[in-house]
Design a protein around this ligand. Structure first.
Ligand SMILES: C[S@@+](CC[C@H](N)C(=O)[O-])C[C@H]1O[C@@H](n2cnc3c(N)ncnc32)[C@H](O)[C@@H]1O
Length: 364
């Protein structure tokens, strides 16, 4: 974590880069003939699949110790040299990997994030989002748009979060992918929101606990309860012991549709509510409401979709929720209204440098 912290660019620079990038993209879309701009968008899925292929082959890890020739890299990754060259030629044109003047392949900052041991690694996210099951779901997006329902119930015979209990290989990859995405937004989140005000922090649907363990390691006076489904928290006690947090962090297993641990001062639900329909999400919030003392805070950590036409990751992830989970991303006014229906008052929205926001609410 420490090195990702020191590598965070200043907020003003990030905002300026984002504005320039959006403006250039808008100009490009206006100037390019419609069919050409469209073809570029159609091909975007191939690029992400090429990243998946390079990740499965372990190209980034094979370059961790320095540049390698095509023949060396093909041997190290078990690939056909000519085909690997074609794969990397595309990725290099998008800044993922590079080729030096002596012909050897090398990492770039983007490719480095595909390494297993990178400070902030997105390896598992690349593996999960390019995996056959995830691709299969997205190839049925049209069905989800027609029916308004996630496609896993038809394809696997059960909702996604039930399915991952039965296919633990996919389930564990999903958990690691969530952890890697969590890690990406961790530093901006901890810089924007002061969690040290809370003595007992319950992380509801904590996954592998990346957020809670990082909070606890920085706030020695706080203790935590890591809560998720039994299959997901099975390894948590060992991980907490390794991190020296076993005495300050309890592990609880169950379903947040039924009940969640009582007595916390803050209840974090990070990327939970967006997974579910309004009715299901309200059921989760009712369970939290029942468990929490009146003074406690509900902290939803979610993307908030802007109510304008700008590109925003929330608009993409909203479709991921539609196709896979049956949930949705929401605007700030939708959150405010939805929280009120569930018995909470939204008190403030704390934006972070990542697309995440902290929506702080109290029981009404
Ligand atoms: C999108 S992940 C978010 C994980 C974590 N909060 C993060 O931000 O990385 C959703 C989490 O909800 C958990 N979950 C799904 N259904 C659950 C249930 N019925 N009870 C408790 N946790 C559940 C999943 O196991 C998963 O860890």
């Amino acid at each position: 974590m420490t090195s990702s912290r020191s590598k965070m660019p200043p907020p003003a620079l990030l905002r300026a880069v984002d504005t320039v990038r959006n403006t250039l993209a808008r100009v490009h879309r206006r100037l390019a003939p419609g069919p050409i701009a469209l073809m570029e968008l159609i091909g975007a899925g191939w690029l992400s699949q090429a990243i998946h292929a390079a990740t499965v082959l372990g190209v980034a890890d094979a370059l961790a110790d320095g540049p390698r020739s095509g023949a060396e890299l093909a041997r190290a990754t078990g690939a056909d040299e000519e085909s690997l060259h074609r794969l990397l030629r595309l990725l290099i044109s998008h800044g993922v990997f590079d080729r030096r003047s002596d012909g050897r392949y090398t990492l770039t900052p983007i490719a480095d994030a595909l390494r297993r041991d990178a400070d902030v690694t997105l390896r598992d996210a690349a593996l999960f989002f390019g995996s056959p099951i995830h691709r299969n779901h997205w190839s049925h997006l049209v069905d989800a748009v027609r029916t308004g329902r996630p496609v896993g119930t038809e394809l696997e015979g059960m909702p996604f979060f039930e399915y991952v209990k039965t296919d633990r290989e996919t389930g564990e990859l999903f958990d690691r992918a969530m952890t890697s995405i969590s890690t990406l937004g961790l530093e901006p989140l901890l810089a924007a929101y002061n969690f040290s005000a809370y003595r007992t922090i319950v992380d509801v649907g904590a996954g592998e606990g990346a957020l809670l363990t990082e909070i606890l390691s920085r706030t020695p006076q706080s203790s935590g309860i890591l809560f998720d489904m039994p299959e997901v928290v099975a390894e948590a006690p060992a991980r907490l012991a390794e991190l020296g947090l076993a005495d300050r962090c309890a592990v609880a297993a169950g379903s947040f549709f039924e009940n969640v641990p009582a007595g916390g001062d803050a209840y974090i639900l990070k990327h939970i509510i967006h997974d579910w329909s309004d009715e299901q999400a309200k059921q989760i919030l009712r369970a939290v409401h029942t468990a929490m003392p009146q003074h406690a805070k509900l902290l939803l950590i979610e993307l908030v979709v802007p109510e304008d036409k700008r590109p925003h990751p929330g608009k993409l992830i909203d479709l991921e929720m539609l196709v896979n989970a049956g949930g949705r991303e929401r605007t700030e006014s939708e959150y405010r209204a939805f929280l009120a229906e569930a018995g909470f008052t939204l008190q403030r929205r704390v934006p972070t440098l990542s697309p995440d926001n902290v929506l702080e609410a109290s029981p009404s």
